[in-house]
Design a binder for this molecule. Sequence first.
Ligand code: NAD
Length: 428
Amino acid sequence: MAGSLFTDASKRLEKALKYVAISDDAGERLKYPKTSLSVSIPVRMDDGSLKIFPGYRVRYDDTRGPGKGGVRYHPNVTMDEVQSLAFWMTFKCALLNLPFGGAKGGITLNPKELSRAELERLSRGYIEAIADFIGPDVDILAPDVYTNEMMMGWMMDQYSIIRRKISPAVVTGKPVTMGGSQGRNTATGTGAFFIMQAMLPKFDRYPENTTVAVQGFGNAGMVVAECLYQEGYKVVAISDSQGGIYNEQGVDIPAAIDYKQHNRSLAGMYCDQTLCDLGDNQQLSNAELLALDVDVLIPAALENQLTADNADQVKARYIFEVANGPTTSGADDILVSKGIYVFPDILVNAGGVTVSYFEWVQNRSGLYWSAKEVNDRLKEKMVEEAEQVWHIAQDLEVSVRTAAYIHALNRLSEAMDAKGTRDYYQDT
Ligand code: NAD
C-alpha cells in the first residue's frame, strides 16, 4: 500500500504519537487511508486519437467531515503521492479546526502538452470517472499543482450535469462568477504571509532586517513573495522549474510577476518563460537558492526539495513550507539539529483550504462575503492556530512540526473516540 513518500509522511505521525495520549484505535486508524480509487480516463485528442490517462482520488479520513483536497495534474503523480497528500490534508483540516477530513486527487500527465480543449475533456472525464466517489457532503475537490480555477469550473459543471442539479459546493477554487470565493486564488500565499507576520517577530525578525528566498514562483509562491515585498521584506531570490534569479538589493517582485504573467503559452494556461530571462539579476540554480545565506527560506514548489543530501547546506534560520512535503523526514532531523525553525506545510499553506472552507460555506448558504471579510476571517484563523502550535512547541520542547501534528492529532482522536473506544466497550 505504502511507497516511500507515504512512509516518510507517516514518520511525522509516529513522532507526534509519543506526545499525545490517544486511544490505540485512533492511532491505528490514522496509519491507513480509508479509501483509494484508481481510474483510467479516456480522452479524445485533437488529432482524433484516443489516449488513456491514469487518475486517482484518495479519501484518507472523514471522521471530522467530508473529504477535502485538491487535484494535481503532473507527470509524477502516483497513488503513493496522492495518498501522502491526502494524509497531509487530514492533519491540515484538523489543525485549522475545519469540519473536513482529508482527501486528494491527481492525474498522471504533462498538462503543458495538451491543448485547452483536451484539458477540458480530461477534466470532465476525470469527474465522470469519480462522480460516485465525491459530492458536497462526501468529498470536495480544489485546485493544486497545474490545475486552476477554470478547470475547477469545468469539474463543477460536469458534476452538476451528472447529478442534474447545480452543485457548486462539490468543488472549491471555482471562478467567482460560478460561485467561487473572493480571495481564494491568493489564499495560500496570503495565509502563509499572516503566519510569517505572527511568528517572525518572536525572533526579533522584522521587514527591515530580514532577507527571504522563495523557491517556486507559481500561484502560492508569487503571492507570498508579493505580500512580503509590499510589507518591506527584502526578497533576494526567486525561482521556477528552470532556475532562479538573485539580487542582493532585492528582486523587483511586481516586475517578476508581470513578466511571468505576460509570457504565457497555451492560451493563458501555463507559463513557458522562465524567470532566468528576467534582466538585471544574477542567475542561480534551484540547488544554489536552497543554500543561500538568507534569514528565511520558503520552499513553494514541490515535495522532497530539502533532503538528507542537501539539508546540511541550508543557511536560513527559518523555513516556512508553502509547498506540501518539501522537507523529507531525514532532512528534518538535520535542520532541527542545526537549530533551524521549520514552520510546517500543514500550518503554513493551510490558507488555501481555509478559504476553500469559506467558499463551501458560502455555496451552501447562498450568502457571499466581501474580499475584506474573507481576508479578516482568514487572518484570525491562521494566527489563532499558529499561536496554539507555537505554545505546544514551547511547552513540550518539540519542533514546530511535531507541535502541529500533536495539535491536529488531539482533535482527530477526540472525534474518533467520540464513536466509542476499546475502554468504553470493555466497561459495559
Ligand atoms: P503552481 O503550479 O502554480 O507553481 C509551482 C511553481 O513551482 C512553478 O513556478 C514551477 O515552475 C515551480 N517549480 C516546479 N518545479 C520546481 C523546482 N524543482 N524548483 C523550483 N521551482 C519549481 O503550483 P502552486 O499552486 O503554487 O503549488 C505549489 C506548492 O504549494 C505545491 O506543493 C502545492 O501542493 C502547494 N499548495 C498550493 C496551494 C494552492 O492553493 N495553490 C495550497 C496548498 C498547498
